[in-house]
Ligand binder design. Structure first.
Ligand code: LLP
Length: 423
């Protein structure tokens, strides 16, 4: 059974009524299903069981310590992109031997911290960065394991903001320059070249771009071999899409099926960085309707969650299904409406031109598929405290992040003494 279903007339997460959590903690709040997280992780894990592999959960999708601890306990590593993510991962108990570090702008401090933690490898995005890592490694007397992130120039056919593997993208090193940069990297005293990395984009709903990218990467691995550069790790990134509305993305086993023939027999360890596919449909954002408002040409429902809590609709025009928590409300007559938040921006909406059952003030609504790139992209814009996160396990629920207070909003702010002087 799905973990967010109607039972006894209302929406449940596993065996807990969503309304009970909303009553105890208030709204908005994020709710995650433990069972779904485990199921999604193991779907990925078992799909690739015949190939030696490391799953490095892309923690940018959801970096709550409890979620990271849960993943680590299931055997996952993490893909990190900052010193802050390294800090969280280590604090949550993720083994450093399963941490890979990507991103175009790693600072010397971040590189040093990751080296000292003895992470598995850096996914390096430019020749300048290779040299910077070599310098930092030399200064601490260590050797840095690296993979070069290759830009395979493949169109992933997803939203332009989340496409990363095309020529015009800032990510990676062009495939036709790769050999030259691998040779340069191999000549450096404090660099150990161990892998190739390619991540072409996010929310992919077809396996073809993965296969096209991998073919180029496998050809490169062959070329490298003929130049005496032996690769041990092949990192295929993340990017597998999920169903937000009516998409039919491939399952992890479809991806495994499509790429296995290309990688089996190469004698490499596969590294994978799934994010959204693990957490996206394991989480919802719960909000409460505040007011109805008849605009000149539109019907608005104003809710207590806003773009600062979930920015995906505003930023990417992303679709998130909206379900009334009370099942009886589903049968009310439908109407076209915009679901909007209290933030003072016209771009503050959670759904636009959506046909939904008539929604009344105080109705609870679930914004579905909000577990990935939801809370992690939240901000305090309009001085709105960030909302709590809850993990449901069976009949229990646990607050895994408290709601911020007004004091949290001003934490670290100082009024300089000259502003206290009275004239
Ligand atoms: N590996 C690398 C190097 C990445 O840059 C990403 C995502 C992933 C793995 C994980 O991709 P996933 O499996 O989650 O698709 N905020 C956007 C998504 C940005 C993705 C950035 N990179 C959104 O809300 O759709």
């Amino acid at each position: 059974m799905h973990s967010f279903e109607y039972q006894q007339g209302e929406l449940y997460c596993e065996q807990v009524p969503v309304s009970r959590i909303a009553k105890e903690l208030g709204t908005p709040c994020y709710i995650y299903s433990h069972e779904t997280l485990i199921r999604h992780f193991h779907a990925y894990e078992s799909a690739f069981k015949d190939i030696p592999h490391v799953i490095a959960f892309a923690m940018k999708a959801n970096s709550n310590l409890a979620i990271l601890r849960l993943m680590a306990r299931e055997g996952s590593g993490v893909d990190i992109v900052s010193g802050g993510e390294l800090f969280r991962a280590l604090k949550a108990g993720v083994p450093a031997s399963k941490i890979v570090f990507a991103g175009v702008g790693k600072s010397p401090d971040e590189i040093r911290d990751a080296l000292k933690a003895e992470i598995l490898m850096f996914n390096v995005e430019s020749p300048a960065e290779i040299r910077a890592i070599n310098d930092v490694a030399a200064s601490v007397g260590m050797k840095a394991r690296i993979a070069l992130r290759i830009n395979p120039d493949v169109d992933p056919k997803t939203h332009p903001y989340i496409s990363t593997g095309m020529k015009k993208s800032k990510f990676g090193i062009a495939a036709d320059r790769a050999l030259q940069e691998y040779k340069m990297a191999s000549s450096l005293s404090h660099i150990d070249v161990v892998g190739v990395h390619a991540h072409i984009g996010s929310q992919l709903t077809d396996v073809t771009p993965f296969v096209d990218s991998l073919k180029k990467v496998v050809a490169l691995i062959d070329t490298l071999k003929s130049h005496g550069i032996n690769i041990r790790y092949l990192n295929i990134g993340g990017g597998l899409g999920i169903t937000y509305s009516d998409e039919k993305p491939p399952l992890p086993q479809d991806l495994a099926h499509a790429i296995s023939p290309l990688v089996k027999g190469l004698g490499l360890t596969l590294v994978m960085e799934p994010g959204r596919v693990i957490v996206g449909n394991a989480g919802i954002l719960v909000t409460k309707a505040l007011y109805e408002k008849a605009g000149e040409t539109k019907h608005f429902v104003i809710v207590d969650a806003a773009m600062n809590d979930l920015i995906r609709p505003s930023l990417y025009g992303a679709y998130h299904e909206i379900r009334p928590v009370n099942e009886a409300a589903v049968r009310r007559p439908k109407q076209m409406m915009d679901i909007v938040g209290p933030v003072c921006e016209s771009g503050d909406f959670l759904a636009k031109e959506r046909s939904l059952p008539n929604i009344q003030p105080d109705d609870l609504l679930a914004i579905m598929s909000a577990g990935a790139y939801g809370f992690v992209m939240a901000s305090n814009y309009n001085s709105r405290p960030r909302v709590p996160e809850v993990l449901v396990k069976g009949a229990e629920f646990h607050v895994i992040r408290e709601r911020e207070t007004y004091d949290d909003l001003v934490k670290g702010e100082r009024i300089p003494s000259f502003l206290n002087e009275t004239e």
